[in-house]
Design a protein around this ligand. Structure first.
Ligand code: PGA
Length: 264
C-alpha cells in the first residue's frame, strides 16, 4: 500500500446555488437509489446543498440510509447573536452537518472573504465539532507569472496558523486552481500533485509533520469520472471536490465508483 492510501479518500459534491428544496430531495433520493453501501466502503462521500435544502436533504439521508455525509458551503463566524442573514455553525451542527466548505474561491472573489475571515470560520467549524474543507488556489494570472506556490503558502498559512496541530490533522484542504473551476479544463495530475505536495509541505512547516501526514488534500476543478483515477493516484491528492458533475447523480456516482476503484 502506498503512503497516500493510508488517508481515506474524500469525495465531496458542492451543489453551489443550485436546486430548490424539492429538487434537492429528488437529487438526494436519486443518489440513494444509485449508490450502495458497498460503493463507499473505501471512500467517504459528502454532499453540500444550499442552506435552504439542508434540512430536507438531512431527512432523506437519514430516513433512507443514503451513504453520504451532510455538508454545508459556508457558515458564520459566531454561533448566535445579532448577525442578520448569517447562518450559524452551531445550527448547522444541530442538523447533523459534518463538513463545511470554507473559503471557496467564489466566496473569496464575490463576497470579499479574506484569509483572516477564512481562519475565523475554520475556528467556528472546528469549535462546533465539524470538519472544515478549506479551499485554496491560484488565479490563472498568478500561475502565469510563477506565483502559484507563494499564493498557496499565503492562503494555507493564513488559514491554519492559529489552529492546534491536532485540529489541522483532522481537517481537509482543497486545492482548487481558479482557472480550472467550471471551465472543463482540469489541472493535469502533474500540476495537481505539485500543488498537493507543496500544500502538505506548508502544513508541515506550520503545524508539524504529524499534521502534514494526516491532513487530507482534495483537488477541485472540472473533475469528471474520466479524470478521477489519474488525479487520485497522485500521492498528495486524497480526494476530490466536485462542482458541476455533482449535480447529476449518474455523473457523481461514476466519480465515486472510480474513486473507490482507485482506492481498492
Ligand atoms: P467544478 O467546480 O467541478 O464545476 O469545476 C469545482 C468547485 O468549485 O468546487
Amino acid at each position: 500500500m502506498t503512503a497516500h492510501l493510508r488517508r481515506r479518500p474524500l469525495i465531496s459534491g458542492n451543489w453551489k446555488m443550485n436546486f430548490d428544496h424539492f429538487e434537492a430531495i429528488h437529487a438526494s433520493r436519486d443518489l440513494g437509489l444509485r449508490l450502495t453501501s458497498a460503493d463507499v466502503v473505501p471512500v467517504d462521500v459528502t454532499v453540500h446543498p444550499p442552506f435552504t435544502d439542508i434540512r430536507s436533504v438531512q431527512t432523506v439521508i437519514e430516513a433512507e440510509g443514503v451513504p453520504v455525509a451532510l455538508g454545508a458551503q459556508n457558515c458564520a463566524v459566531e454561533d448566535s447573536g445579532a448577525y442578520t442573514g448569517e447562518v450559524s455553525p452551531m445550527m448547522l451542527a444541530k442538523l447533523h452537518v459534518e463538513y463545511v466548505i470554507i473559503g471557496h474561491s467564489e466566496r473569496r472573489r464575490y463576497f470579499a472573504e479574506t484569509d483572516e475571515l477564512v481562519a475565523a470560520k475554520l475556528h467556528a467549524v472546528i469549535r462546533n465539532g465539524m470538519t472544515p474543507i478549506c479551499c485554496v488556489g491560484e488565479t490563472e494570472a498568478e500561475r502565469e507569472v510563477g506565483l502559484t506556490k507563494d499564493r498557496l503558502a499565503d492562503q494555507v498559512e493564513g488559514a491554519i496558523g492559529g489552529l492546534a496541530p491536532e485540529a489541522v490533522a483532522e481537517m481537509v484542504v482543497a486545492y482548487e486552481p481558479i482557472w480550472a473551476i467550471g471551465t472543463g479544463q482540469a489541472a493535469t495530475p502533474e500540476d495537481a500533485q505539485e500543488a498537493g505536495g507543496w500544500i502538505r509541505e506548508v502544513v508541515g512547516r506550520v503545524a508539524g509533520a504529524e499534521a502534514a501526514t494526516a491532513v487530507r488534500i482534495q483537488y477541485g476543478g472540472s473533475v469528471r469520472a474520466e479524470n478521477t483515477a489519474e488525479l487520485l493516484v497522485c500521492p498528495d491528492i486524497d480526494g476530490l471536490l466536485v462542482g458541476g458533475a455533482s449535480l447529476d447523480a449518474v455523473a457523481f456516482v461514476a466519480i465515486i465508483r472510480a474513486a473507490a476503484d482507485a482506492a481498492r
